[in-house]
Structure formats: structure tokens, C-alpha cells
Design a protein around this ligand. Structure first.
Ligand code: HEM
Length: 289
């Protein structure tokens, strides 16, 4: 019995040791294939753990904030096995980005009544009570600036959609291997302190020149940029313009009774998109006033 016990114990230790060695070998092979380009300088970023990647380092409530902190360039670099991509893909389908942007727009109007006054003055001066048309946009620079500023500050798709590099590339001095998953971190551009005078405030003047004319900013990219830019940008811009102007033509948006403008909370609720946290607003008909 004693000999059998010893044999069983030593054979299970050998199996365990063997298993561990195989796991170690697999890990070493995988990690050496990941770092075959170590001689070249990759982008800065946190070191990933085996299997779970950078998951533990992520602020799951505000994943884009972790990315903003960890990466000095507009793109972030994670290993393929990072679960973030799966999470994003799962929540991606069926999100209505235009409606979320409009909800932010109305919330910003209720929070900034003087800006809402200016939009309504411009609308009644240029349009009156007739229906708004797409061609009216050029005569509504302030309203156009307010819609752009809404999209900038709301930054509803902060990490856009992940992409894979189709070839080895050196970007801003950092080597990025073919097949790397890249997250275009749009918030880093929309809130870039070197691009915007007041990156964290609702400030429509970002899009107005000194004569009050609308001007487009290169760093305005809520629809992302490049070959894979949002396919629906044109349609989304028309929808936002027509819905926002029509709503503001007919209603004034205010906090509910007993709530001040300052008490309206702008903390976003985080899903695939950043949407306003649940809130109440009053829509007061302008015609009855
Ligand atoms: C305010 C509204 C919208 C915003 C902020 C928005 C933003 C975006 C962003 C950031 C991307 C990812 C681009 C990238 O891969 O880097 C995207 C992709 C896309 N969007 Fe939109 N979008 C909006 C509305 C729409 C609408 C209304 C449609 C369709 C009618 C649409 C169709 C698409 C499609 C098909 C793609 C994938 C393009 C591709 O992968 O080549 N989007 N959008």
C-alpha cells in the first residue's frame, strides 16, 4: 500500500508538473509570437496580462477615460484577446445615435437658457412659423453651431468602432503590427485642449468666427474619419438639423418645476453610446406663450 500510495502521489505530481510545463510552453510560444517585433517601438500603453489582457486596468464605468489616460496618441493599442471588443460588438447593434444626440441637445438647451434664447431668436427671425428646410442651414449659423457643439460635447461614441490594421504600419513613431485591434478614441480629439478653447463646456462659439459666421473645425469628428467614416453621416446631419430646429421652433425646454438649471445632471450613462442619465424636462409650447 505504502509503495502504491507513493506511486499514485508521485504520478499525480508528475501529471500536474507536466500540465504546468505544457501551459508555460504554450504561454511562452504565444507571447513570443506577440512580441516578435519587440525590436521596433510599439505605442505606449499598459502591459497586458495573459488571457485577460488589460481588462483589470479598465475603468468599466468609463472605459474611454482609461484609454485617454493610458495612450498619448489618438489611438489605443490592446491585444486581440481583450474582452472590450466583444463587449462593444454586443452592445453595438441597434443603437439609435441620432435620437441620443437629440436628447443631449434638448438637455443642453434646458441647462443653458440664454443659448436657447439665441437659437429661438435666430429661428423666428430667419424661418418664422413655416417648416424648416435643409437649405435654411446656411442662414442659421448660430443654430448650426449649437448642433455641432452638442455632438462635440456629448461625444456619444467615445471609442467609435474597433478596427484591425490591414498591414504593418508606423504611426507617429510607433510601430503597429498587422492585425492589431485599434480603437479610434474620438473623445481625445473632441476634447483636445490644444484644439478647443473650452473643451469641457458647452460653448457654441467654438464653431463661429468673429463675425458670427459658422466655420467647420478639423477636430470635429464625432462620425470618425478616414475610409471607415460613418456611412450615415449625411443622413444623420439632415435628421439632427430638421428635428432640432423644428422642436426649438415650437417648444421651449426647461427643467421640471422645482429643479434649477444647475441641478440638471450632465453625467452620461455609459453603454455602447454615452446617453444622458434619466431626467425630466418640460416642453412649453411657444405658440401658447
Ligand atoms: C448622430 C448620429 C451618428 C453618429 C454620431 C455616428 C457615428 C458613427 C461612428 C463613430 C462610426 C464608426 C466609424 C469608424 O469605424 O471609425 C459609425 C459607423 C457607421 N455608421 Fe454611423 N453615426 C450616426 C448615425 C448613423 C446613421 C443614421 C446611419 C445609417 C443610416 C449610420 C450608419 C453607419 C454605418 C453603416 C457605419 C459603418 C461604416 C463602416 O464600417 O464602413 N450612422 N457611425
Amino acid at each position: 500500500m505504502g509503495i502504491l500510495d507513493l506511486f499514485l502521489q508521485s504520478s499525480s505530481s508528475v501529471t500536474l508538473l507536466g500540465g504546468l510545463l505544457v501551459l508555460l510552453l504554450v504561454y511562452l510560444i504565444c507571447s513570443s509570437s506577440f512580441s516578435s517585433n519587440e525590436d521596433r517601438k510599439g505605442p505606449p500603453g499598459p502591459k497586458p496580462f495573459p488571457l485577460i489582457g488589460n481588462l483589470l486596468q479598465l475603468d468599466l464605468k468609463r472605459p474611454y477615460n482609461t484609454l485617454l489616460k493610458e495612450s498619448g496618441i489618438a489611438n489605443s493599442y490592446f491585444h486581440e484577446h481583450n474582452l472590450m471588443q466583444t463587449v462593444i460588438n454586443m452592445f453595438g447593434a441597434g443603437t439609435d445615435t441620432t435620437a441620443t444626440t437629440l436628447r443631449w441637445g434638448l438637455l443642453f438647451m434646458a441647462k443653458n437658457p440664454k443659448i436657447q434664447d439665441q437659437v429661438q431668436e435666430e429661428l423666428s427671425r430667419e424661418i418664422g412659423s413655416r417648416n424648416v428646410q435643409v437649405e435654411d442651414r446656411k442662414n442659421l449659423p448660430f443654430t448650426d453651431a449649437v448642433i455641432h457643439e452638442t455632438q462635440r460635447l456629448a461625444s456619444i461614441l467615445p471609442i467609435a468602432v474597433p478596427h484591425k490594421t490591414s498591414q504593418d504600419i508606423t504611426f507617429q513613431g510607433h510601430f503597429i503590427k498587422k492585425g492589431t485591434t485599434v480603437y479610434p478614441l474620438l473623445t481625445s480629439v473632441l476634447y483636445d485642449e490644444s484644439e478647443w478653447e473650452r473643451p469641457h463646456s458647452f460653448y457654441p462659439a467654438h464653431f463661429l468666427d468673429k463675425d458670427g459666421k459658422f466655420f467647420k473645425r478639423e477636430a470635429f469628428m464625432p462620425f470618425s474619419a478616414g475610409r471607415r467614416i460613418c456611412l450615415g453621416e449625411g443622413l444623420a446631419r439632415i435628421e439632427l438639423f430638421i428635428f432640432f430646429t423644428s422642436l426649438l421652433q415650437h417648444f421651449r425646454f426647461t427643467p421640471p418645476p422645482g429643479v434649477s438649471e444647475d441641478e440638471l445632471d450632465l453625467t452620461p450613462s455609459v453603454g455602447f453610446t454615452l446617453s444622458p442619465s434619466p431626467h425630466k424636462l418640460c416642453a412649453v409650447s411657444c405658440i401658447e406663450q
